[in-house]
Structures are given as structure tokens and as C-alpha cells.
Design a binder for this molecule. Sequence first.
Ligand SMILES: *Cc1c(COP(=O)(O)O)cnc(C)c1O
Length: 377
Amino acid sequence: MGFSTDAIHGGQENFSKYRDVIPPIHLATTYDREDIETPGEFSYSRGQNPVRAAAEENIALLEKTRHALLFSSGVAAINAVYSLLNPGDHILISSQIYGGTYRILKYLNEKYGITHDYFNEADLSDAESKLRPQTRMFYIETPSNPLFNVYSLKAASDLAKKHNLISVSDNTFLTPYLQNPAEYGTDIIIHSSTKFINGHSDVIGGVVCVSDSSLSEKLKFLQRSTGAVPSPFDAWLILRSLKTLKVRMDYHTKSAAAIADALKSESFVKAVYYPGWKSAVENEIQNSQARGRGGVISFVADENVNLKEATAKLKIVKVAESLGGVETIMSQPYNMSHSVIPPSEKNALGITKNLLRLSVGLEDTEDIIADIVQAFR
Ligand SMILES: *Cc1c(COP(=O)(O)O)cnc(C)c1O
């Protein structure tokens, strides 16, 4: 089946005796047993419930993995994946990652004796040089956020396999519609479903996708034991939103490309970042492993722009954290998504105060361009 057919129908067979065309929300926390000694298909809703099961089956189908597990947030999903490790274990992680991931690595993992090293994602030999006998996990984000460096999923998972590491990829920015890391050998795929997957800025959620049944059992144990699970209503909203993921991503992507093009020729813009634009090599990698560049761009505003004044003049574009919704959102990674990273590290990565990230929504493209131009020019 095609992507949208799966997204619209996957995991939702045999839902109700009333033959409703969308699944009902099951709010029950517990389920009446026919036999006291044997649980039925569902026994207690933290462990599993019908709507979450349907959403998990649906996402696994779209991400081309055997299993998917829903969490109450993206960081809960990331934390569950790190919880696969034991004290003494070591993680190799690409240098440009989501700020919340940085926070877990530095302030939680270290406390539990799990160490990490960052490697330069443009150069996998840098990762190899930082391998230790204790290294167990290889964690990447491509395209990276917020500067959209692109690197090869296949090369990364080959390296992980060679050294017997669990490969993990955060696929939030491209979604299962535009990129399936499992096709290139990635073991675990993480999403913040708060972003494009839910897509309407009204649910915080996370997903872990995995095919290996031993990893999946361990993650399921962590999901049930630590209880960071979505409510049935949140799971239902995610299932509802997946049905339009393809049409939304097609529009986000088309509009983002047009806005990136328009910004390039504006004098208040010093640089524009979009996955694959940095170099011919990155462009080739992007085209070979993804079916589009996605709906998020970044640009560097000229030093002469007064950012406080310019952003206050925006009429349509919202100035906010997050991304992936139907509304266009401008953010300043330096003070928002990446605020937890010390200034010297941010500047070294190129995450300066003048770097602005734009999550392109579903409004009319010309209106967004006009709004930014009237505010910044
Ligand atoms: C937002 C985000 C997360 C964290 O997700 P939450 O749902 O906010 O907990 C993780 N990774 C990436 C790439 C993100 O953009």
C-alpha cells in the first residue's frame, strides 16, 4: 500500500461493532477479565490500551519497523532509549543535537554513570577515533538541528554494526513520510510526535520505532515500568493526525523551499540553511536517503537587524518554541531549543543569536514571505 493508504487505515481494523470509520477513544483504565487467572488482550491502560495500540501499529507500518512505542513526550522516548544502557556504558553522539537530548546526556546520564562523547558528523573517522571498549550506542540526527548538516545514515549504521553498537536516529524533522532510517540499517528511530507527526501544536508526544524483538521487549518494559505514556486522547489525536501527514509534509516542503529561495535574495539575510544545500556531497546524500528536504529552514539575520524590533513586527508568523505545526513559527535556537548548551559551545557549533529557525506552516506561501519581509527589511 502507499503511504497515505497505510496512514489512514493501518492498525484500525475491527475496531467497533458500530462500524465507525474512525476508531473510538477508549478511556478505560482497566478491563474486566473473563477468567481471573488470565488477562485479556488489555489489562491495565498504562501497559496498553486499544487506541495507543492502533497508533503504535500505524506508526510502525509507516516507519518500516516491526514495532513502535508511544511515549508522553519526545524526551521521554529519548530517555527510555538511554535507559537501555547500564552504568559504565558510553554513547557516541553527533555534535549538533536537540537541546533536550543534550540535557539528558549531561545532567541525567552522567549521574547514572553513562558517559558520552560528541563526534563531528561530517567526518565518521572522528567517531571511530572516539570509540571506547565501553561504547554501546551510536546516536545521530540527520538533518541536524538547527543548521541542517546532512550525513549518511547507511555509513553511520555500518559503523555501528562493525563495532556492535545500537544505532539510534532522531527522525523528528523529516518524519516517516520523507525518511525511513530503518531502510539504511538504523536499529532505533525516535520521533518527537509533538512536531510534524501530530502537526497541530496540540499534543506533546514521543515515539520509539524498532524491529529487533529483544530491544522492543526491553523498551516495552521501560515504557510500562516508568509510565511515561500518552493519554488515550493524545494517542487518538496522533492517529488522527497521521492520516494527513503526507499532504501536510508535501505542502510544508514545497512552501519551505519557496521561502528559502525568496530569503536568499534579501539583503537582511546573510545565509540560508536547508537540508542538502550546504554542499554537493550533502545534497547527494540527502537525495539518496530522503524523499524531500522537509518543512524547516534556518537563516542568519544581518547584524544590522534589530531582532527584538523585527520579530515584534511579525503579524502572521508566531515567535515561539517548537516546530511542525500548521502555523509558521520563528524561533531563536540560541535562546530557545538550544538554551541549555553553554554559549561557547553554541557559538562553536554556529548556533549564534542571529540564527533564526523557521518552521513553515500551511498558510499561503506568499503571505509568509511578505510578513517576514515587512518585519525585517
Ligand atoms: C522537540 C524535539 C524533541 C523533544 O520532544 P518533546 O516532544 O518536546 O519532548 C526531540 N528531538 C527533536 C529533534 C525535537 O525537535
